[in-house]
Design a protein around this ligand. Structure first.
Ligand code: SF4
Length: 261
C-alpha cells in the first residue's frame, strides 16, 4: 500500500469513527496530515487528442498518427459508444483540393470511409467531372464519429455545435498536414463546424472565404442536389467548382465550362 493510500485510509477511518460516534470535530494526527500533504496525487493522463503531435515523417505517416489518436477518442462519450468505427478521411495526402462534409452517416459508419452513400456517389461524379480521380483529392468530415440516433430509428442527424467543436482540432491537423491549395465546404453545417457561424447557402456560396489562411469555397452538400434536382441548383455547384479549378490553376475545357451536373 502506498504512503498516500495509507494516510488517506487513516483519515477516512477517523472520519467514520466521528460520524458513528456523533462527534463534531474531526481529528487527525500531524503525522498523517503531513503525509497527505507531502504526497502529490498522481495527475490524470492527458486525453489522447492532446498528446504531442508528430511533426516528422511523411504526410501519410503523420496522418496515420492522427488517425490512431482519433480511433481511441472518446471526447463525445455518446458517439464513441454508438459508432461502429471512426471515419477519418481518405485520399491523396498531397491533394490540391480537400472536400469537407459535416459528419459520417450510416453508410460511412458501416464502411469507415466518408461520402460513400448516394451523396458520396454524386460527389465522386463532381470530382471526376473536374478532371480528378476521387483518390487524387482528400475527403474528410468535421466529425469523425457518426452522430448517434435514438434506438430503433434510422436515418442520420446533423452534428451538434458542441460535437463539431470537440472534433474540429482533428480536421485542422489533417488540413495542416495535407496543406491543400483549396478547401471546399459542403453544406451549411460543415461551414458552421469550420467557421463557427451559420449562414444561408445563398449568401455563402459562390465566393471565396478563408480558413486559417487557406482559400475556402462553400457550396451545397451533394445530398441537397439529390433532394432538389433543379438544373439551376446543380449549375450553381458546378460554377463553384469552376472557381476552384481556376484557383488551383487547372485548365478548364469548353466542355467543362458549359457542363451541367
Ligand atoms: S466525434 Fe470526434 S471528438 Fe467526438 S468522440 Fe468522435 S473522434 Fe472524438
Amino acid at each position: 500500500m502506498s504512503e498516500f493510500q495509507s494516510a488517506l485510509d487513516s483519515v477516512l477511518g477517523t472520519l467514520e469513527q466521528i460520524r458513528a460516534g456523533g462527534g463534531r470535530r474531526p481529528r487527525a494526527s500531524r503525522t498523517v496530515l503531513a503525509a497527505l500533504l507531502a504526497v502529490p496525487p498522481t495527475p490524470p493522463a492527458p486525453p489522447a487528442r492532446l498528446l504531442p503531435q508528430v511533426q516528422t515523417g511523411s504526410k501519410a505517416e503523420r496522418l496515420a498518427e492522427v488517425r490512431a489518436r482519433v480511433a481511441v477518442c472518446t471526447l463525445c462519450a455518446h458517439l464513441a459508444e454508438s459508432r461502429t468505427q471512426i471515419v477519418f478521411g481518405t485520399g491523396d495526402p498531397d491533394a490540391e483540393i480537400m472536400f469537407i462534409g459535416e459528419a459520417p452517416g450510416a453508410d460511412e459508419d458501416a464502411q469507415g470511409e466518408p461520402f460513400v452513400g448516394r451523396a458520396g456517389q454524386l460527389l465522386t461524379k463532381i470530382i471526376e467531372t473536374m478532371g480528378f480521380a476521387r483518390s487524387e483529392v482528400y475527403i474528410a468530415n468535421v466529425l469523425k464519429s457518426r452522430p448517434d440516433m435514438p434506438a430503433g430509428t434510422s436515418g442520420n442527424r446533423p452534428p451538434t455545435p458542441v460535437e463539431m467543436k470537440n472534433c474540429l482540432p482533428f480536421l485542422i491537423e489533417q488540413i495542416n498536414i495535407v496543406q491543400p491549395k483549396v478547401l471546399v465546404a459542403l453544406g451549411a453545417t460543415a461551414v458552421e463546424g469550420l467557421l463557427g457561424t451559420r449562414g444561408t447557402m445563398r449568401d455563402l456560396r459562390g465566393k471565396w472565404h478563408s480558413f486559417n489562411e487557406t482559400p475556402l469555397m462553400i457550396t451545397y452538400h451533394p445530398s441537397y442536389l439529390l433532394r432538389n434536382q433543379s438544373p439551376s441548383e446543380k449549375r450553381k455547384v458546378w460554377e463553384d467548382m469552376l472557381f476552384v479549378l481556376e484557383k488551383i490553376g487547372r485548365p478548364i475545357s469548353e466542355k467543362q465550362r458549359g457542363y451541367f451536373l
